[in-house]
Design a protein around this ligand. Sequence first.
Ligand code: SAM
Ligand code: SF4
Length: 473
Amino acid sequence: MQFTPEKYRIPDLPMQPFIDPDEIWDYLNNSIPTPDKVKEIVEKSLSKKRLNLEETAILINATDTTSIELIKEGARLLKRNVYGNRIVLFAPLYVGNKCSNNCVYCGFRASNKAQVRKTLSLDELVKEVEALEDEGQKRLILVFGEHAEYTPEFIADSVRTTYKVKKGNGEIRRVNINAAPLDIEGYKTVKEAGIGTYQVFQETYHPEAYKKYHLSGRKADYNWRLTALDRAQKAGIDDVGIGALIGLYDWRFEVMGLVRHTNHLETCYNVGPHTISFPRIKDASNLHMGSSYFVSDEDFLRMVAILRLAVPYTGMILTAREPAALRDEVIQYGVSQIDGGTKIELGSYSFKEKNENIDRSQFRINDDRPLNDIIDELLDQDMIPSFCTACYRLGRTGEHFMEFSVPGFIKRFCTPNAILTLAEYLYDYAPEQTKEKGMKVIEKNLKELSVKIQKELKKKIERIEQGERDLYF
Ligand code: SAM
Ligand code: SF4
């Protein structure tokens, strides 16, 4: 290799920054693709091996039609063969939009005086969670601005309150967090409340670009954010989510940054991120983002396929920032989780009537289909919508890794558990037509399991029909 190899530059040390933009650009500028090389790399990924930075750069640079098709087909195959046809559903719940940072792209930024500031009281939080449970949600991500009020204790209290809310057969079984980076003590406090994943997005991995978008406040410190999940690991949170806000800088650099971050966590803590998010910038309150780094739908699809191949055992999240039709397509390339029935205006799950004059949202969403519509469409595509939380609750962390690497894990655990949570949804929340459709999908998928599991699963479904809940393998 003519250019600087990966290990030549910044070594991976716990709690130390690890991004070298020159190293990443070296890879991007010098990794030359050929269709044969691309084929070899796709095969490596299909044989369940994570790609290194050079291989990722080769896929990024492969822009001829044959290579793009190879990459997309590889991602489709990987998704189908390794993860099967399940899609995990969740909803975001915005708890507070006060913020002392000034992220240029965000409607919550401190300087946005047009934003109506609000923090849900515990009573309001309960109402929101009840409304979400009434829809059939089981997995939430609580979202917070960065503000002195949103202390680790406050976040932990919100998590505990959410878990306590039980309405009818409804309950929230997994609460994830998207909030500001904390110090080690802070993460410990939040961990004790029983969180699922702690997400912190780097937004852009490019330090100079980062400076341009983060004008003031704690978030202006690039390295504090870059090492956020190292501190989480030190505090015992090994279930973390990384992400980049696509459109701030060159998407090719961000993909390399995400892979580099994954390497770093694996090298230092022996466990990669649980999930990767890649939101594209959307218009926000009092802001119209024009960006020279705008990523077309076509490149976005390619980007998702490349990420799928680069980190084959990491969960990938696609949110309602993207329109329905594109979401349906992107899912095929390896997305494992989507949000459904999303409302991002504070308090809007429990207020039935939208107040058109008040906008408390962070940005505009493009897929506002109710949860049941999304479930209907997934069923039409022969997918199994899943609310499964079994691994997390049984202490089986690193579930994506197990799905990926333990032979038979998916057929023994994931598919049966997805079916059980779908059955619960169908009995408790679905209109008749969805129920019929869902039962057919369940029957069809049952047939692909071993006779022993089919038997056990049918028994459990009968128990659900008779009113038992929360059964899993
Ligand atoms: N305040 C915390 C933070 O900044 O990490 C957490 C919550 S922030 C509300 C969640 C994420 O929303 C950010 O990390 C960013 O990636 C994303 N976001 C902000 N503005 C956006 C926009 N205009 N379009 C799409 N996503 C945006
Ligand atoms: Fe605040 Fe987060 Fe929005 Fe930045 S992205 S302004 S930190 S809420």
